[in-house]
Design a protein around this ligand. Structure first.
Ligand SMILES: Cc1ncc(COP(=O)(O)O)c(C=O)c1O
Length: 415
């Protein structure tokens, strides 16, 4: 069979909905400055779907440094991979400051979180090693684990008994192969907002002798006394052997980093293939990254404001009887009962009639019959935004309960 024939016949789990969903449910376009309110389909909406947690995306000092750096260096400098020709003092400076912020001896900057982490998993593991990871882990971890040529085990999400069972299996294997064990979890699971049970995981370290890698994409900047993330929040930052975060969220930029012992960072620097064979991070992202980190460190009020909004939103939703699952972060999931077609109608109503834009997750990402709306509070939201959102949610949840979203053309097409 011709490859393209097969592809044309099967556009993939999301692609098959492109003709009915693209531009609205999938690949929507948000216009205007990144803020609490933006324009969708020509109308102003309250935005609850972007991870601009601390509001840095449009901070005037961030905009200034981004622009000045682009004017000074252009978007290309430095050219080539960092290994060959694309290294600068500023890249090193950012690494030093990131390491110090998350309380680790050293760090390694990478261009993208996704590519960095899957490639780091590949670099860290040999065929003799076993990787044990949480079933709720992000696609970048799942894809990294798929590259591993040795054994891999997945434990039930945040379930320490399941982790132990899998560590026992891992230990039996490594005793034979002479390899080591890598456990991977997240600081905050971005879909439902639960913190990874890092405390529970590190309590098993002595017994099973493993190293721990934590993807703290959503914890960095939002959790812990200084904003150093979920490890700091849970008092186990020192026990995280390899700390990871992207700049895509609290830092409102592009880039990512690992942090840990200096020799391990040095190893990654020479062995993370997605980085050594890729062009170096351009200067505006590096200088912009330094500026963002400085603002993050010097302005704890950004995190306080984020939490003021998150708390008002979560408490308000709970008071109105909504099920927020087990979130322990500012990621706010709202779990409703309903079919996929109903979910599409509910979201249309929320966006078009109530001016509320949030992400929606349905089957097969979550079980059939369940709708998960995900709200991401930020420091640039207002209590007024929270108020209109609570009212809108109350209205659509009532309609859903009464079956008002059952019949519709788009719904019928998707069903
Ligand atoms: C948990 C998690 N890890 C990694 C990534 C990927 O990071 P990046 O956008 O820098 O590729 C994301 C999304 O941005 C994420 O949510």
């Amino acid at each position: 069979m011709d490859l393209f024939t097969r592809i044309r016949e099967n556009a993939g789990p999301l692609g098959k909905y492109a003709d009915v969903a693209e531009g609205y449910y999938i690949f929507p376009k948000l216009e205007g400055e990144i803020a609490n309110r933006m324009v969708f389909n020509g109308k102003e909406v309250v935005i609850w779907s972007i991870n601009n947690y601390l509001g840095l995306a449009n901070h005037p000092e961030v905009r200034k440094v981004d622009a000045e750096s682009a004017a000074k260096y252009g978007m290309a400098y430095p050219m080539g991979s960092r290994m060959m020709s694309g290294n600068t003092d500023m890249h090193g400076q950012l690494e030093k400051e990131l390491a110090s912020f998350v309380n680790k001896p050293a760090s390694l900057l990478v261009n993208f979180g996704y590519q960095g982490i899957f490639s780091a998993i590949d670099a860290l593991l040999s065929r003799k090693d076993v990787v044990v990871y949480d079933s709720g882990c992000h696609a970048c971890i799942v894809d990294g684990v798929r590259m591993h040529l040795g054994q891999r085990f997945v434990f039930d999400h945040n379930d320490m008994a399941s982790l132990q069972k899998n560590l026992q299996r891992a230990k039996q294997i490594t005793e034979k192969t002479g390899g080591g064990i890598l456990v991977i979890s997240e600081g905050v699971f971005g879909m439902r907002g639960e913190q990874g049970d890092l405390k529970g995981i590190v309590a098993l370290k002595d017994k099973y002798n493993f190293r721990l890698l934590v993807d703290d994409a959503h914890g960095f900047g939002t959790l812990g006394a200084t904003g150093a993330g979920a490890g700091e929040e849970q008092g186990v930052q020192d026990e995280i052997d390899i700390y990871f975060s992207t700049f895509a969220k609290s830092m409102a930029g592009i880039g990512a980093f690992f942090a840990g012992e200096a020799d391990i960072m040095q190893y990654l620097k020479y062995n993370v293939r997605s980085q050594i064979f890729a062009k170096s991070l351009p200067m505006p992202f590096v200088e912009g990254g330094l500026q963002r980190l400085q603002l993050l460190k010097e302005n704890p009020q950004f995190k306080d404001k984020l939490w003021e909004i998150a708390t008002a939103l979560q408490e308000g939703l709970k008071a109105r009887g909504f099920n927020l699952g087990n979130t322990t972060s500012c990621v706010t999931p709202v779990i409703l009962d309903g079919s996929v077609p109903e979910a599409t109608q509910l979201v249309t109503d929320l966006r078009d009639n109530h001016g509320i834009f949030c992400s929606i997750v349905v089957y097969p990402v979550i079980p059939r019959g369940m709708i998960l709306l995900r709200l991401i509070p930020t420091a640039v939201h207002t209590l007024q935004d929270v108020e209109v959102t609570l009212e809108a949610f109350t209205s659509v949840a009532e309609k859903l309960r009464l079956g008002a979203y059952r019949a519709d053309q788009i719904a019928a097409k998707i069903a």
